[in-house]
Design a protein around this ligand. Structure first.
Ligand code: ZN
Length: 153
């Protein structure tokens, strides 16, 4: 990775960490789940509003955590809006592969989402940070499967 690209990704994480998007409690979420990463102390509640067609109409979160966990949740809520559950499954698989250094299937992944995930996947050299970066995603899975909670442990 070039230094310029690394700086760009770092700026993206810092920006979302400081000014998280969709950091609110929606009025009528249809799904929600708690996520906890005991290793770092990250704790978030994720809210998802599904529409009648089974698409994610809105995603938002609240909570406290390190910059990586907050930035990841912020970017994730932006990424999943307007997507169907199969699309989100593909995005999750792509994110997970990117963060664990495995080769990822890029089929159907939008360029903008690839950039955001590339920024987040910078954590792959730091196993402890991988849990921070993937917490929101595990919490999203718990919300969509109506499991109520997710833990990185
Ligand atoms: Zn963390």
């Amino acid at each position: 990775m070039s230094d310029d690209l690394r700086d760009l990704y770092q700026d993206l994480i810092l920006d979302h960490g400081k000014r998280p998007r969709n950091f609110r409690i929606p009025s009528q979420p249809t799904r929600e789940a708690l996520g906890h990463n005991p290793l770092c102390g990250d704790r978030l509640t994720l809210y998802v509003t599904m529409d009648a067609a089974g698409m994610v109409q809105d995603a938002a979160f609240q909570g406290i955590g390190c910059a990586i966990s907050v930035a990841s949740a912020s970017m994730m809520t932006e990424m999943v809006k307007g997507k169907s559950l199969p699309e989100i499954d593909r995005l999750f698989a792509y994110m997970h592969a990117a963060c664990t250094g495995q080769s990822a299937d890029e089929t159907g992944i939008e360029e903008e989402d690839k950039d955001r995930i590339a920024a987040l996947s910078g954590v792959r050299d730091y196993p402890v940070r991988v849990k921070c970066a993937t917490l929101a995603w595990h919490t999203l899975q718990a919300a969509l499967k109506q499991e109520g909670a997710a833990s990185t442990e």
